[in-house]
Design a protein around this ligand. Structure first.
Ligand code: ATP
Length: 216
């Protein structure tokens, strides 16, 4: 199906807390893929991983303060408003109903993509969106198995594909390697170390003000 609308990016995650690795990925893919916007969507209750330390409201507030002065990025609270266990397929169905003709690109790091075949109704996800996999250091794509077959079937080299079709393609894109992780930031804060320059100052101020990771 050929489209004339620019694609929008969707970056989901726990964002516990949001850091510069997430923000650079969102902004670099926004630029290099010529996306209309990137929606950053904090998960309410992730299905496939340990539950977040910060509350949904706190994680949303950290995303909101990080993107407040960046028009390319939108803090999207739909999963937090929806509550319950978060499934990406439900988010995509909801967004597709709101924006029937807009192509979507689900942005994710390789670590997230490696687990994709275990996501709820994962095969249907590609009917609603493209997937853009951002390269991250230390992660390699497998040469055999489901992920490898999926890539062989769906890989697209041309960026134009994501704007001309509402979903179905997979793109692999390099981004600046920033080996920052939320887990490491939480550990640093808990040990009384200073995590500045790994995350936006506004997010760090929020954490300090709210004692989110036990900083008082
Ligand atoms: P944690 O350390 O708690 O696992 P995280 O820092 O990996 O958290 P998530 O909220 O789980 O953050 O990640 C959301 C998305 O951002 C995933 O697609 C993940 O691959 C990607 N991502 C996380 N950290 C980086 C980074 N440093 N560079 C690029 N992408 C990242």
């Amino acid at each position: 199906m050929h489209q004339t609308h620019k694609a929008i990016g969707i970056l989901g995650g726990t964002f516990d807390p949001l850091h510069l690795g997430h923000l650079r990925m969102a902004l670099e893919l926004y630029d290099s893929l010529d996306l209309a916007k990137v929606h950053i969507i904090p998960t309410y209750k992730p299905m496939y991983r340990k539950q977040p330390v910060a509350t949904p409201k706190q994680r949303l507030a950290m995303v909101q303060c990080a993107v407040a002065d960046e028009p390319a990025l939108i803090a999207d609270d739909r999963e937090i408003r929806r509550k319950g266990t978060t499934y990406t397929i439900d988010t995509l169905i909801e967004m597709r109903a709101e924006m029937p003709e807009i192509p979507f690109c689900l942005l994710m790091g390789i670590d997230a993509f490696l687990g994709f075949p275990s996501w709820h109704r994962w095969k249907e996800i590609l009917e609603y969106t493209h997937i853009v996999v951002a390269h991250r250091p230390h992660y390699h794509l497998p040469q055999a198995g489901t992920i490898s077959e999926l890539i062989n079937e769906r890989i697209q080299k041309e960026t134009s594909f994501i704007h001309e079709n509402i979903g179905g393609g997979i793109l692999l894109r390099p981004i600046t390697a920033l080996e920052i992780s939320a887990t490491d930031i939480r550990k640093q804060i808990a040990m009384g170390k200073n995590p500045r320059y790994l995350l936006p100052d506004s997010v760090y101020h929020y954490i300090k003000q709210n004692g989110t990771y036990r900083v008082y």
